[in-house]
Design a protein around this ligand. Structure first.
Ligand code: NAD
Length: 487
C-alpha cells in the first residue's frame, strides 16, 4: 500500500479527510500524504478570549475531567496516532508509541494536578490578619510546536493549560499538520463526552511561520509557549516581551555527555547510541558532544563507531529499524554542510533522506561544534582533567541537557552541584535524552529558560495573587507605619 493511501486510512479512523492548501509530505519517501486548510489567527484569538471567560470559573477538578477524557481517547487511539507520527515525522514506531504514551502520562499528571493547584498561607506581621496566595487562570495560551515532537509537546502544554483554566490555541509545525488534526479530533471527542465545554476552548490554527507571527503579536494571547529553534525564539521572545505578554521558550540544545575513567563503558556506549542516533539525531536533547577521558576514549570511540556501523537504518515502519529518515532535504543539506564527503547517505527508501550517524573527532570546541545541527553528528572531545570536562560541558551557547557516566560519587555530585553542569537537565549514568514527564523540562541560556511538563511548571500557566485579610477591628499598617487621623 502507498504511504498516501496508508495515511488516508488512518485519517479516516479519526473522521478526517484531507483538503486545503498546506501540503504535508512524508519523510519516508518524500511523497505528498495530505493537505489541511490554513487557519485564521484573529478569529481564533477572539474565540479563545470568549472561552476564557467561561472556562476560568469552572472548578479546576471539573476541568481535570476534560483532560481525563482526553487521556482516555488517547489510550484508545494510541496505535493509530503513533502510526501517523511515523508516517508524517518519520519516527520509528517504538518512538512514536512512546510519544503518544507521553501525552497519556501528562494527562494523568494534569488530572491529579487539577486538585493540587496549591497556594501558600503566609504568616502576617499584623495582628488579626491573614495572608495567602492564590493561583488564578491566566488567559489564552498559544502553543507553537516543532516537527520533531509533533504531538507530545502540545500535550505537555495543553494538559496543564486546560486544568489551569486557560483556552489553548495550537500552531503546529507546518511539517506535521496531519498529526495535529488527528489530535484535535481526539480533543473534540473528549469535549463531546465532557458536555459543556465552551466553544473555542481548544483550537488548531494551521499555517507557516507568518501564521505563528500573527498569533504571537495578538495581545489576547496571555502566554506564548514556543518550542523550536533558537532562531525562532529570538524572534518570538522580544515581540511578546514588548507587549508585556508572558513567554515560555523551549529552544535548541547542544547536549553533552562526560565519560569518566570509572564509567561502565558498555552502559555508556548503549546510552550514546540511543541519545545520539535515536530519532535520527532530531531531538532537542540529542547527544551532540561526547567529552571522554583520554584513558577510555580509544575503547569507547571504537565501540561507538562499531554500533554506528551496524545500526539498522531505513523505513521507520519496519520493526527492526532503529533510525528512520531526516525530516527533509533541508535537514540533509544542513548535515552535508558540516560533514561534506564524510556524510554517508543510506539508500533505504527512494525519495527519503536516510543517513548513517557519524562520529567526528574534534580537537577543539569551536565552529560547528558550538552549533546545533539537527542531524546525527556526534563530536568527540578528549579531556585529561575533570575541571576541563566540566568547562567543556558548559562552554556552548545552549543549556538544555547534559549527562555524566561515572562510578565516582564525587564526580557525579560535582557535576550536579552549583559549580557543575549549567544545563536545565543533568543526568548521571543515563544519556541526556528521553525525559520523563514528572520532572520540569527545559534549559538555560539560548535554550530559552522555559520549563514545562512536570514538577511545578504549571505555575507558568497561572497568575499569582497575594491576598491580605483583616479580621480585626483595627487597621494596623505594615512595617509599623503610623498614619492616624486626629479624632
Ligand atoms: P522551527 O523553529 O523551524 O519551527 C518551530 C515552530 O515555530 C513551527 O511551528 C514554526 O512555524 C514556528 N515559527 C518559526 N518562526 C516563527 C516566528 N518567527 N514566529 C512564530 N512562529 C514561528 O523548529 P523545527 O525545525 O520545527 O524544530 C527543530 C528545533 O526545535 C530544534 O532546534 C530543536 O532543538 C527544537 N526543539 C526544542 C525542544 C525543547 O523542548 N527545548 C523540543 C523540540 C524541539
Amino acid at each position: 500500500m502507498s504511504i498516501s493511501r496508508e495515511t488516508e486510512e488512518i485519517l479516516a479512523d479519526f473522521g478526517l479527510r484531507s483538503s486545503g492548501e498546506l501540503i504535508s509530505f512524508s519523510p519516508i519517501d518524500g511523497s505528498e500524504i495530505g493537505r489541511v486548510s490554513v487557519g485564521d489567527p484573529a478569529s481564533a484569538c477572539a474565540a479563545a478570549e470568549k472561552a476564557f471567560v467561561q472556562w476560568r470559573v469552572v472548578p479546576a477538578p471539573r476541568r481535570g475531567e476534560l483532560v481525563r477524557l482526553l487521556g482516555d481517547e488517547l489510550r484508545k487511539a494510541k496505535a493509530s496516532l503513533a502510526d501517523l507520527v511515523t508516517l508524517e515525522a518519520g519516527k520509528i514506531v517504538q518512538e512514536s508509541l512512546g510519544e503518544v504514551q507521553e501525552m497519556i502520562d501528562i494527562c494523568d499528571f494534569a488530572v491529579g494536578l487539577s486538585r493540587q493547584l496549591y497556594g501558600l498561607t503566609i504568616a502576617s506581621e499584623r495582628p488579626n490578619h491573614r495572608m495567602m496566595e492564590q493561583w488564578h487562570p491566566l488567559g489564552p495560551v498559544l502553543v507553537i510546536s516543532a516537527f520533531n515532537f509533533p504531538v507530545a509537546v502540545w500535550a505537555w502544554n495543553a494538559a496543564l493549560a486546560l486544568v489551569c483554566g486557560n483556552p489553548v490555541i495550537w500552531k503546529p509545525s507546518e511539517k506535521t499538520p496531519l498529526c495535529a488534526e488527528a489530535v484535535l479530533a481526539l480533543v473534540n471527542r473528549a469535549i463531546e463526552r465532557f458536555g459543556d465545554a465552551p466553544e473555542g476552548l481548544v483550537q488548531l490554527v494551521q499555517g507557516e511561520r507568518d501564521i505563528g507571527e500573527a498569533l504571537v503579536d495578538d495581545p489576547r494571547v496571555a502566554l506564548v509557549s514556543a518550542t523550536g529553534s533558537t532562531v525562532m525564539g529570538k524572534a518570538v521572545g522580544p515581540k511578546v516581551a514588548a507587549r508585556f505578554g508572558r513567554v515560555l521558550l523551549e529552544l535548541g540544545g547542544n547536549n553533552a555527555m562526560i565519560v569518566c575513567p570509572s564509567a561502565d563503558i558498555e552502559l555508556a556506549a548503549r546510552a550514546i547510541l540511543f541519545s545520539s542516533a535515536g530519532t535520527a539525531g532530531q531531538r532537542c536533547t540529542t547527544l551532540r558532544r561526547l567529552i571522554v577521558h583520554e584513558s577510555v576514549a580509544g575503547a569507547l570511540v571504537a565501540r561507538v563507531r562499531g554500533l554506528f556501523a551496524q545500526v539498522r537504518i531505513g523505513d521507520p515502519r519496519q520493526p527492526d529499524t532503529l533510525i528512520g529518515p531526516l525530516i527533509d532535504e533541508a535537514a540533509f543539506s544542513g548535515m552535508k554542510n558540516v560533514l561534506g564527503d564524510h556524510l554517508e547517505r543510506v539508500e533505504a527508501v527512494p525519495g527519503g533522506f536516510y543517513v548513517r550517524p557519524t562520529l567526528v573527532e574534534a580537537s577543539a570546541q569551536e565552529g560547528s561544534v558550538l552549533k546545533e545541527t539537527f542531524a546525527p553528528i556526534l563530536y568527540v572531545l578528549r579531556y585529561a582533567d575533570f575541571d576541563e570536562a566540566l568547562a567543556l560541558n558548559n562552554q556552548v551557547p545552549q543549556g538544555l541537557s547534559s549527562s555524566i557516566f561515572t562510578n565516582d560519587v564525587r564526580e557525579a555530585e560535582r557535576f550536579m552541584s552549583a559549580a557543575g553542569s549549567d544545563c536545565g537537565i543533568a543526568n548521571v549514568n543515563i544519556g541526556p535524552s528521553g525525559a520523563e514527564i514528572g520532572g520540569a523540562f527545559g534549559g538555560e541560556k539560548e535554550t530559552g529558560g522555559g520549563r514545562e511538563s512536570g514538577s511545578d511548571s504549571w505555575r507558568a500557566y497561572m497568575r499569582r495573587q497575594t491576598n491580605t485579610i483583616n479580621y480585626g477591628s483595627d487597621l494596623p499598617l505594615a512595617q509599623g507605619v503610623r498614619f492616624d487621623v486626629a479624632p
